[in-house]
Design a protein around this ligand. Structure first.
Ligand SMILES: *[C@@H]1O[C@H](CO)[C@@H](O)[C@H](O)[C@H]1NC(C)=O
Ligand SMILES: *[C@@H]1O[C@H](CO)[C@@H](O)[C@H](O)[C@H]1NC(C)=O
Ligand SMILES: *[C@@H]1O[C@H](CO)[C@@H](O)[C@H](O)[C@H]1NC(C)=O
Length: 407
């Protein structure tokens, strides 16, 4: 008996030592992690997210300008080499050139808002997703401009899954990205994907529509890869997402107005909307045979499944243009059933591209109509691109939409 007692005591002692050891380790992990965070957060002891003024709104001059950044494919910074640049450019080219381009285009275009349309970071080249996200979105955070992102098919290939990525992105400085849509003040979590949300852009300050949304922005998660009926393909925008889109769109619809009785305080019927997502829809290949503005240089890497995105957009009617990424050397806008579909064109230097064909960004500008006494709803929406060449060339400017009331 005595022998057993002493071995029990021994076990007890061992367990105690073991427990102490464990607690010490946990303590150390928390300590180092915490101080690492403190350093990470710019040496300030308490950091909260810097918040953009919401709602987004038009400027006093009646314009609202969006910078679309498609496919940064950010890796780890200076050690991540450029792809598809001229042999002469290769040596001094890294992710830093993507950062440089982003700063440059923000400086030159002075946008009101930045929309990142996915493949913001590139899995295998970014072992630490958080670090890559900070670097990739760094210029946007420093600019203090409100910005939003959706995910592509590569973002989740490193240390965070899609839900973690969207939560992280939603917590970054000046980000107005959301993980889930919020309808009537509550988060709607029963929807496919992460990063489905809408943002409203209010009328010009001091105008009669200063407190109303005159332009709506929809962000949708087009997913990543999937095996469908035994075949590897891309994912697609699901029914739940289309139902949400339809519902929000219906809530935005104003009543039909007779232009004769229109006052500056009546929103134009059905404010226009724009949509942003990563993977092109299966109808985009049809544009190869149609008139387009820009270049169609590679096959469209879309899903084999057609979930009826185009049909939904046509029936809701307010989305006038869609902005996508994914196929880096396609940078065109083409029209399908009255809706424009525009590629951003590849932005990032670690993303595949075409040597000698400069990396590029898309600009979208909405302009308000002058009412009797003040700015009213959106009159027209234009787009153009900026190249990361010596002069930051502006190319392919085109009109995407004009209000019936101004025609
Ligand atoms: C990348 O940036 C470096 C300087 O930071 C510059 O010298 C080089 O020309 C850039 N490369 C490209 C392809 O823009
Ligand atoms: C939000 O509220 C409005 C008015 O009460 C209602 O018609 C609409 O269906 C609600 N939307 C959702 C998503 O619950
Ligand atoms: C918009 O809201 C602000 C603040 O509540 C108010 O002062 C202003 O008069 C409103 N403008 C219009 C056109 O309703």
């Amino acid at each position: 008996m005595g022998k057993m007692d002493s071995s029990r005591t021994q076990n007890w002692k061992n367990s105690l030592i073991y427990l102490t050891f464990l607690l010490t380790i946990i303590h150390l992990i928390i300590e180092t992690h915490f101080s690492h965070n403190l350093l990470f957060w710019n040496k300030e002891s308490v950091r909260v997210k810097k918040i953009s003024d919401l709602p987004l709104r038009f400027r006093y001059d009646g314009t609202f300008k969006i910078l679309q950044v498609a496919d940064m494919h950010y890796g780890s910074g200076s050690i991540t080499r450029c792809r598809d640049v001229l042999a002469s450019q290769f040596e001094f080219c890294s992710d830093h050139n993507t950062t440089r381009f982003l700063k440059r285009v923000i400086h030159d275009e002075n946008p009101d808002f930045i929309a990142f349309t996915g493949d913001n970071i590139f899995g295998s080249s970014s072992p630490d997703a958080a670090e890559s996200l900070f670097k990739a979105f760094g210029p946007a955070m420093e600019s203090g401009l409100p910005w939003a992102a959706v995910l592509g098919n590569h973002d989740q290939e490193s240390s965070m899954n899609r839900e973690e990525l969207m939560s992280f992105i939603s917590l970054m400085d000046y980000s107005v990205s959301q993980i889930y849509p919020s309808t009537n003040g509550s988060m709607m979590t029963k929807i496919d994907g992460f990063g489905n949300y809408n943002l409203q852009v209010y009328g010009a300050p001091g105008s009669m529509l200063a407190n109303s949304s005159v332009l709506n922005l929809f962000f949708l998660d087009s997913g990543d890869r999937v095996v469908y009926q035994g075949i590897r393909t891309y994912n697609w925008i699901k029914d739940s997402q289309l139902r949400w889109l339809r519902q929000v769109s219906q809530e935005f619809q104003g009543q039909k107005q007779d232009p004769l009785y229109l006052t500056d305080a009546t929103p134009l019927n059905k404010p226009p909307a724009l949509a942003f997502f990563h993977i092109p829809i299966p109808e985009i290949p049809q544009l190869f045979y149609k008139e387009i503005v820009g270049q169609f240089q590679e096959g469209v890497a879309c899903s084999r499944v057609n979930s009826g995105v185009l049909k939904t957009l046509v029936s809701i009617g307010d989305v006038k243009a869609v902005f996508m990424g994914h196929d880096h050397t396609n940078d065109f806008c083409g029209n399908l059933d009255g809706i424009w579909f525009c590629y951003g064109g590849g932005f990032g230097y670690h993303a595949y591209g075409k040597a000698g064909w400069p990396r590029r960004a898309r600009i979208i500008q909405a302009e308000l109509q002058k009412g009797k006494n003040s700015w009213i709803g959106v009159e027209r929406i234009k787009t153009w691109k900026r190249l990361d060449d010596e002069k930051m060339s502006k190319i392919d400017e085109q009109m995407l939409w004009m209000s019936n009331l101004s025609r």
